[in-house]
Design a protein around this ligand. Structure first.
Ligand SMILES: N[C@@H](CCC(=O)N[C@@H](CS)C(=O)NCC(=O)O)C(=O)O
Length: 158
């Protein structure tokens, strides 16, 4: 993610917290497709109390060197300095399943393919490929709901 981050315009999420995933790097050889890229862009968790969750993650991730990057009435973000990778989204409605995982795409056409192939494979539409200017001027993303209700995104930052 660059510039503006997802939490800046987020409405309250309607779901429950599930699990946590760690971001990592994949080498060119591991992917075998000529790409050398970061796997995850960010992870999103739905929380019932931003205050409680910010208190918890500030302590737990603080010892790992993470800082609170942003906080507003609907969201907060944590990560190492300059790298907000964990987003907390306040739940205000009924609790549904699923977390939010955003995968990095190396180019915009890969975001388009992710969306088309994912729909054909049973994913549910959650956002057509396109720039999300509210997130950042170069934030090109598409969103799908997977068969278990997780909100999966592919994002290209150029
Ligand atoms: N349908 C929206 C989906 C946006 C979306 O899911 N954004 C992520 C953050 S990058 C998220 O978890 N948002 C929480 C929410 O929408 O409540 C779109 O196409 O822009």
């Amino acid at each position: 993610m660059d510039g503006a981050r997802p939490g800046l315009r987020l409405r309250a999420a309607a779901g429950g917290p599930v699990s946590f995933v760690f971001a990592g790097l994949v080498s060119k050889s591991a992917l075998g497709n000529g790409w050398n890229q970061t796997v995850y862009d960010h992870i999103g968790l739905k929380v019932k109390s931003l205050e409680a969750s910010v208190r918890f993650y500030r302590a737990a991730l603080g010892v790992l060197g993470h800082v609170l990057h942003s906080q507003d009435e609907a969201s907060a973000s944590f990560g190492p300095p300059g790298e907000p990778g964990l987003w907390l989204y306040l739940v205000t409605g009924s609790v549904g399943p699923g977390i939010h995982v955003a995968f990095r795409a190396p180019e915009r056409s890969a975001v388009d393919r992710f969306h088309k192939v994912g729909l054909d494979a049973g994913g549910q539409e959650h956002g057509s490929p396109g720039v999300r200017a509210d997130y950042g001027a170069h934030y090109y993303a598409a969103f799908l709901i997977d068969p278990d209700g997780n909100n999966v995104e592919a994002v290209c930052l150029r």
